[in-house]
Design a protein around this ligand. Structure first.
Ligand SMILES: [Zn+2]
Length: 97
């Protein structure tokens, strides 16, 4: 029983790793992010380039709100990361509400 559970968990984790969770471009194309080290502040970020995935438009690069360099999606951190203005910054996407 325990073994079966372990195998299932392993398969689940593997699936999660492979899953591409790149965020979609919102209908109004306005994206808000939050610095994961300084949460609470909602920052507007500009979508730079997009690509099509499963017939939907996803964000390929997002302009860094600090240095304006393109940031790509990091699946592990579940955010857009920038290494260009000092220490690595991770920006999580927030819903515009
Ligand atoms: Zn930056």
């Amino acid at each position: 029983m325990m073994e079966k559970y372990k195998i299932q968990m392993k398969a689940y984790r593997k699936k999660r790793m492979k899953e591409d969770n790149t965020p979609f471009v919102p209908p109004d194309r306005i994206v808000y992010v939050m610095d994961s080290l300084d949460p609470g502040k909602k920052i507007k970020a500009e979508v730079m380039t997009t690509r099509i995935k499963a017939q939907r438009e996803v964000i390929d690069t997002l302009a860094c709100p600090v240095c304006k360099n393109p940031m790509t999606w990091d699946q592990c951190w579940e955010g857009f990361t920038c290494n260009k203005h000092g220490k690595r910054a991770i920006y999580e996407m927030v819903k515009n509400q």
